[in-house]
Design a protein. Sequence first.
Length: 476
Amino acid sequence: MTNGDNAARPKLPFLAVVALISCTLIRPSSGFVDVSGSNHAEEPNNDEHPSLPSASSQATEDEYDEDFFPPIADSDDISYFFSTYDLDGLHWALSNIFALSPRNPQNNVNKSIRRELSPKLVSRGGGDNYTTEYKLLHDLEQARYLARVLKESKPSVADYFQSTVIPIYEEVLKNIPPLEDLSRTKGLYAFTKADYESGIGNVYNKALYIETADEINPTWHTQNGGSLLNNQLDFEGIQNNWFGHGQNSPTTSTTSIPGALVVDNLLSTSALQTIRQLLLRNTHWYQTKTPLEFGKYVGSYVDDGLHDPLFLQLAKQLHESMPRIMKGHELKYMWAYKYDSEWESGIRLHADQAAVNVNLWVSLDGADLEVEGFGGGLVVFTAKPPANWDFESYNTNTEFVIDHLLRPTNFANLTIAHKPNRAVIFDSALFHETDRYRFKKGYENGRINLTLLFGEMKMGDGDDGNAGRAHVGQEL
């Protein structure tokens, strides 16, 4: 995951250089911030976008040159700050980049500090001039949810969603052709002049509402002794299981695959509730997939809005709790996905460019219909990409992977059923895919996973199917 927007990057990550020379910039502790460093106010501060700060009237183009912050943080930037657990620095960098981006509706007003979306965000499905029907339906459901749950606590915000955002989404949805008529674009729909006249450009893929963990749960830093993790977990035993010489426990299951394990009740009850609320309320779900190619799920990413300090603290506590597994592996990336309950298949077969993958389900209890044959979880295979394969080879040519890597192993795999607050921790190079799922309809009932990636990918040893099998039963 390198940043294609910067052709030449110094050995020291670019944001590290920015951090060293930017002593005058404020490092915010939480919240969506404008480029002046002001924290997101608890009460609405303007009529058009009531949940966001106004862009600083004092910030000028000279003070915030577009080259001062890169258009997007890359994995090297994230790992640099994380390597010393400088979470304030990491949040400072991510939040300032985000505040300068078109995601911040206030930048539509203050043009002097606005920049275009990074091509990287656009290419992975996060553009603001196209959508899919299922993505816009998600955004509409979220707007209706916010209008309802904020009616008492933040009436002006609720009214903004009810009177402005919802009618725009409803109007534009009427213009989207049936999926079968969008085969040329694999299900993507480009906004038309009529859509922009309806106001879609002012609301689509914008940070219309951002609520911080501090607002949701002001004591999350100190609850459970300051730990977001379940303090009953035996992390020494968990690490033994990773290396293939552990035993089952009430919270951890050993597997037949070294480098893959299941941990139930990973989070404390309060942390789980806070994370759920962050993911249900915040409008940072900007990525859509081409449904005729990849299915129906929306994504949120650490370099594009998913950077609340609680998420960064969770990465730190996981890293500290499993030092043998995480040795030499800094946080590299993080995302969350929500899946369309009208669909039943999720992410197809792939391997991720990291050493350790922590996949956590935070769906609501009872949302999974638990239909036989629809486990709703994850299928992890025993095969890895051989060392001489590139990313395109193993993540785009699915049939080749099946024939040359999975079939020779007789499709050996670990299939883990979905369960709220269950984590699957595994070698990220192992091929994996979402198991088929069936969840209740309704915005709050969707399947949601949070994924954290650590370290660099360790591929198989050779260039054929047998050599591509996993060998991780030793400490890294």
